[in-house]
Design a protein around this ligand. Structure first.
Ligand code: ATR
Length: 270
């Protein structure tokens, strides 16, 4: 059977095996998809072994996304820009890398009719998660992207790295000016129930919020969004399912429907 896997450390929590099993069933694709715990100092070896055992493609999650980019023989433009890979596949002997996180986010935003074109977007955080989605947000022709981070220098650095893609500015939370049509939380603060210092006026009338994190309850950022009156207020479970769908399309050439899997995962969280 065609073999796929997700590599990470830790990996037990990964929902990817369930998501891809659902996609495979739904589209009638015969494949297996497993979760593999790669040693922190043995990611390249784990990938190499998987290929030798007949693996056709893989997802990569924390903390190996940047290492995966370095390991690849060829990278998609968006993976090169992000400096991180979440989707691997082989063409002959060549290891190819792509990054579907940004497309996953943009697909989920579009699915919920959140407009990007010409809009002011505030992106909170400047770590790996944020870096991965910037190329795709810029490709969606946002009017202006402001990256704000606790450590201002990191946001400034990211903004200058991606400045050739369009209007991007970066700085500290205290440097945020004006209001935004969309605020995306890409910090890991939600995971420790911390909230970046946001002011209600930062969300424009009719504006929406998206937390790239998710949990069994609304995140603290979602709670802020709800109190502030966000029109649409979403968490990252949708992005997780959508980025998996893009990986599945790359490997199998067919597009799975995502609603059914999303509902299943929501029910599990609930
Ligand atoms: P990831 O891969 O999830 O992006 P990361 O690369 O460690 O993880 O980045 C974590 C991000 O969350 C960073 O932007 C971090 O801010 P700093 O660069 O200042 O460290 C941000 N972050 C983490 N905890 C936070 C908190 N309590 N408040 C605000 N930002 C926080």
């Amino acid at each position: 059977m065609d073999r796929y896997a997700v590599f990470g450390h830790p990996i037990k929590h990964s929902k990817s095996p369930l998501i891809h099993a659902c996609f495979a069933k739904q589209t009638g694709q015969k494949l297996s998809y497993e979760a593999i715990l790669a040693p922190l100092d043995g990611f390249p070896e784990a990938i190499h072994r998987f290929r030798q055992e007949g693996g056709l493609g893989a997802n990569v999650t924390l903390p190996f996304k940047q290492q995966a980019a370095k390991l690849c023989d060829t990278l998609s433009e968006r993976a090169r820009l992000a400096g991180a890979v979440n989707t691997l596949y082989w063409q002959g002997e060549k290891l190819c890398g792509d990054n579907t996180d940004g497309e996953g986010l943009v697909r989920d935003l579009r699915k919920h009719h959140i407009a990007l074109n010409g809009r002011r977007v505030l992106l909170l955080g400047a770590g790996g998660a944020v870096r991965g989605v910037i190329p795709e947000l810029m490709a969606a022709e946002v009017g202006e992207l402001v990256i704000a981070n606790r450590t201002a220098a990191k946001a400034k650095e990211l903004a200058s790295l991606f400045s050739h893609l369009g209007a991007i500015r970066g700085g500290g939370f205290d440097e945020i000016e004006g209001s935004f049509d969309l605020i995306i939380n890409g910090t890991s603060a939600s995971l420790s129930a911390a909230l970046p210092p946001l002011l209600p006026e930062m969300l424009a009338a009719g504006g929406s919020c998206y937390d790239m994190a998710y949990g069994d309850k609304p995140t603290i950022f979602q709670q802020w969004a709800s109190e502030t009156g966000a029109t649409i207020n979403l968490a990252g479970l949708g992005m997780l399912v959508e980025q998996a769908a893009v990986s599945f399309e790359i490997w199998r050439g067919v597009s799975p429907a995502t609603d059914e899997v999303y509902d299943l995962l929501m029910a599990q969280l609930g």
